[in-house]
Design a protein around this ligand. Structure first.
Ligand code: C5P
Length: 244
């Protein structure tokens, strides 16, 4: 296969030029980082599992009418995606207190929130992804208010659907992070907001409903061990353990 031109290398993924205009190849690495790059490591086999898990979840979301950048998985570590203009915002949806929310407000980990909370962070490694409000997003021109309404509504639909999907396999969707992009639709001559990036145990907190065992990247962040096994368990419960 011809060498693809690398366009961008992130912490856990590399983006290459795709085979057709308007497409990219998203390559999943085993590298893991936490605490804004202060902690680095590798989780053997993570890229393969996240590629598969993200494919599965994006496909299920597409089936319920959530537009995503996902086109198809190409091989064990790569998937074809549509090239979108990434909106520089991380959307975090929370159902149960954990991580930075617990810390910021002094709420015990595991406390069920009275309603889901949606937060926005500005995507900037240099600034350590500061938390922002709608005011910052519109004032600094990162997204228009109509885009934000769409992002909020899509995020809540994703939360409703994925919470049910994970509950069905004995997992609590504690919180997760989403990213969105803009895609030009030549049929309607309009820009659309679509779900981008990935959805995997790297950017979701998933706890076993009975034991509260953590089956996500917190095992890496907190040096709990059994990281690869946890990702495998999520894939196993989804019924998609990679072949081989
Ligand atoms: O660290 P915090 O509690 O704010 O994380 C909330 C959720 O967002 C977690 O599921 C975490 O994995 C995810 N997240 C992420 N990328 C970031 C920050 C948070 O995937 N840069």
């Amino acid at each position: 296969m011809a060498r693809r031109r690398q366009l961008y290398e992130g912490k856990a993924k590399i983006l290459f030029e795709g085979p057709e205009p308007g497409t990219l190849v998203q390559y999943f690495k085993d590298d893991a980082t936490a605490f804004n790059n202060q902690k680095k490591g590798t989780i053997t086999g993570k890229g393969v599992l996240n590629n598969r898990i993200s494919e599965y979840l994006m496909q299920r979301l597409q089936e319920i009418g959530i537009p995503t950048h996902f086109v198809r998985r190409l091989n064990m570590r790569e998937q074809l995606v549509r090239e979108v203009e990434i909106i520089p915002i991380e959307v975090v949806v929370r159902n149960v207190a954990a991580g930075s929310l617990s810390k910021r407000f002094g709420i015990q980990d595991g406390t069920v929130l009275p309603r889901s909370i949606v937060e926005y962070y500005y995507k900037s490694d240099d600034l350590g992804d500061p938390m922002i409000t709608e005011e910052h997003i519109t004032a600094f021109g990162w997204a228009a208010i109509q885009d934000l309404d769409e992002i909020m509504s899509l995020s809540l639909r994703v939360n409703d659907y994925l919470s049910g999907l994970f509950l069905g396999i004995g997992l609590k969707l504690v919180d997760f992070k989403l990213e969105f992009g803009r895609l030009y639709d030549d049929q309607t001559d309009e820009m659309h907001i679509v779900l981008a990036d990935e959805i995997s145990p790297d950017n979701c907190r998933l706890w076993d409903v009975r034991t509260n065992e953590r089956l996500d990247k917190d095992r890496f962040r907190r040096d709990m061990g059994g990281v690869e096994e946890a990702y495998q368990e999520v894939a196993r419960r989804l019924g998609i353990l990679p072949e081989g």
